[in-house]
Structure formats: structure tokens, C-alpha cells
Design a binder for this molecule. Structure first.
Ligand code: ZN
Length: 175
């Protein structure tokens, strides 16, 4: 499984570009609230880019802002920070998606009888084997029915581990 934070950064890059990743990382690593001018100074990005990127990250629920009225002229200053609940939610959603895929894979493995070529190990479902008259499409050897699926145990363990993680994290976020 790939690192969830690396996945999140790739997701941000796809949505908001390298500039999005820079601003997000800055907020994540500085671990405090930053104003527009702080972010502009730290990243060297122009104001328009910083505003666009923060708007996009906010849309994704990954950053949040606090609005403070400046003493002069009644204008507002925005203080930005990472939205850790939103990040955890995004990471959890990613994990949930991986779990769904693994579960579907497990169900498929459980529901299908496989045939395997004794020469080259090619593995075919029942339907595929039938289509080739139970001969290997590569070398024509007679296919043998696989007595035990070696993927089942590790796959089942992984699904169990992930589903308890997802359940614990879901509870932690919603409490
Ligand atoms: Zn073969």
C-alpha cells in the first residue's frame, strides 16, 4: 500500500498543481496560522496564485481560515491553517477506497475456481480455462485445478486489518 500522505500530495498536485503542493506543505510544516502575506513571503508565489490555491485547498476541505477584522478601515485579514479533520477525512476516504477494492478482489478470488499451468504457472479462471479447453493458451499443457488459492490468506488478513483501521479512524474522527 502506498503512503497515504504521498497519495494526498499527489491528489493536491493533480487538483491544484505544484503551487498547491507548496502552499499545503508550508501550512502543514509551519504548524501555525499564516496570512496571505506570510504565504507569499515564504513561497515566493504571487498573490493571485496564492489566493487561487488557497481557494482550491479550502474547497477540498484541506485548509481552513479564520477571519479577523483589521483595526484600520474595517478590512479583514485571513489566517490560514491546515484542517486536520479534513486531512484525516481525506486519508480515511482513500483507505476506504483501497479497502473496497481489496474486498471486491477477495470476493472474486473466493467465488472463482482457478486453473493453473504446471509448466509456466499461468493462472486462468474457470471460464477462461473452459474457453481454452483446459489447455494453457501459452504452451498447450493440460491445466490443473488449483487446490488452494495462495493469495486468499494474506488477502483476507489485509482486508481485516484495513477494515478495523478504517472503523477505528472513523470513530476517532466523528467523536
Ligand atoms: Zn503453460
Amino acid at each position: 500500500m502506498s503512503d497515504p500522505m504521498a497519495y494526498l500530495l499527489r491528489f493536491i498536485e493533480a487538483y491544484s498543481g505544484q503551487d498547491g503542493v507548496r502552499v499545503f506543505r508550508l501550512l502543514l510544516e509551519s504548524n501555525k496560522e499564516l496570512s496571505y502575506s506570510d504565504i507569499i513571503a515564504e513561497t515566493g508565489l504571487d498573490e493571485q496564485t496564492v489566493r487561487r490555491v488557497l481557494y482550491e485547498l479550502n474547497e477540498l476541505g484541506l485548509v481552513a481560515y479564520r477571519r479577523v477584522q483589521a483595526p484600520e478601515e474595517g478590512r479583514f485579514i485571513y489566517y490560514w491553517s491546515v484542517n486536520s479533520v479534513g486531512i484525516n477525512q481525506a486519508l480515511l476516504n482513500r483507505k476506504r477506497l483501497a479497502l473496497e477494492k481489496l474486498r471486491a478482489r477477495l470476493e472474486y478470488e473466493l467465488s472463482t475456481v482457478f486453473f493453473v499451468c504446471p509448466e509456466d504457472g499461468l493462472r486462468l479462471s474457470f471460464d477462461e480455462a473452459l474457453e481454452h479447453d483446459f489447455r494453457c493458451p501459452k504452451c498447450s499443457s493440460i491445466l490443473l485445478q488449483e487446490d488452494r488459492n495462495p493469495y486468499l490468506t494474506p488477502l483476507r488478513n489485509l482486508v481485516e486489518k484495513l477494515s478495523s483501521e478504517v472503523e477505528n479512524e472513523r470513530r476517532a474522527i466523528s467523536s
